[in-house]
Design a protein around this ligand. Structure first.
Ligand code: KG4
Ligand code: ZN
Length: 328
């Protein structure tokens, strides 16, 4: 048998992502291309405008796919399977990539795989290490802070999640209130290198509890009060980042031990954070992070999830399935 080239598409929010991987007969995967068009039209609104996101996906997707094929050195007829995110996300935005992917699969007469956005984030780490169950996965992004146990390939058991804001949302909101700009994650991370983490006392939420849940709204409120009290943005960034990193690492480590897992995948936009990576590397766990450019939303992670589905022998998805805002 020969390698299967899988093209993955993600248009769940404000990034138009197309990636290509190849699945080798022995089950290994190689990343061949990863192209992302990040929409900037939303900046002036302070948040993503769904209708504008959909329109921009429509305008960009052909070009992004062409760039991905060129990066991989392939032509479209080399593609042996197509995967696209069907949810969760903004329905109008999702529909663009989903319909494009289905049309492409039908035109090429190759299998189509509908992918779950979070499975994509998890399999982004498959660019760095062969990823086979059992393992634990922390997806930590602007929309999610979810902890899954993966006892068998394709089986996801939610063991904890945020009770309020996602971690990335807290980075973004605290960066905005302290004037550090957008996107907040990189801004906080940079400012924190110049700040004193002991300057603002943050209480680490939900520690000492038996559950594996997270909470970030309290940190946000504490940051607002500290800001009004005159705390310097760098000190606020350093102090908040340390508290957020501590709760993410402590709760995930506790969950890994409770479930008897040694391997832990940490993925999603916040997984790009240097302090978070260092803290996880200092644990006794075998922590796997996505490769460069694969933390935030992209198409390669969807191609990697598609490769895992094909490798596990999962059947292709029907072409009449829809997009869903909330996917269980
Ligand atoms: O995965 P992603 O691109 O989109 C969602 O599905 O949400 O994640 C975006 C989030 C944003 O909240 C952004 O501020 C955060 O990831 N982020 C970071 C860093 N880079 C991006 N947070 C902390 N440190 C970073 N270096
Ligand atoms: Zn995402």
């Amino acid at each position: 048998s020969v390698p299967v080239r899988i093209l993955g598409i993600d248009t769940s929010c404000d990034d138009t992502g197309v990636g290509i991987v190849e699945l080798l007969p022995d089950g290994r995967v190689n990343l061949l291309a990863n192209r992302v068009w990040s929409q900037t039209v939303h900046a002036r609104y302070g948040g993503v405008m769904p209708e504008l996101a959909s329109r921009e996906h429509v305008e960009r997707i052909d070009e992004v796919m062409g760039d991905a094929l060129r990066e991989a050195g392939l032509t479209v007829t080399d593609i042996g399977a197509v995967a696209a995110t069907s949810g969760p996300g903004l329905v109008g935005a999702l529909l663009v990539g989903l319909m494009y992917g289905k049309g492409l699969a039908q035109a090429l007469n190759v299998p189509f795989h509908a992918a779950h956005h979070l499975e994509g984030h998890i399999f982004a780490a498959a660019s760095e290490a062969e990823l086979r169950a059992p393992f634990l996965a922390l997806v930590v992004s602007g929309g999610h802070t979810h902890l899954f146990d993966v006892p068998r390939d394709g089986e996801y058991v939610l063991v904890g999640a945020t009770l309020d804001d996602a971690a990335g949302e807290a980075f973004d909101k605290i960066a905005r209130l302290s004037g550090l700009g957008y996107p907040g994650g990189p801004a906080i991370s940079e400012a924190a290198t110049r700040g004193n983490p002991d300057a603002v006392p943050f209480k680490e939420p939900l520690q000492g509890q038996k559950t594996f849940n997270f909470s970030f709204s309290g940190l946000k409120t504490a940051a607002l009060l500290a800001h009004r009290g005159g705390a310097a943005p760098e000190d606020l960034a350093a102090s908040f980042q340390r508290a957020a990193v501590n709760v993410l690492v402590k709760t995930t480590t506790r969950a890994a031990h409770a479930h008897g897992r040694r391997t832990v995948v940490v993925s999603g936009g916040v997984a790009a954070n240097t302090a978070l990576r260092e803290a996880f590397r200092a644990t006794d766990l075998n922590v796997v992070f996505p490769g460069r450019g694969l933390n935030t939303d992209n198409g390669a992670m969807i191609a990697l999830a598609g490769a895992a589905a094909i490798r596990a022998g999962r059947p292709a998805s029907p072409l009449d399935g829809g997009a869903t805002a909330y996917a269980p």
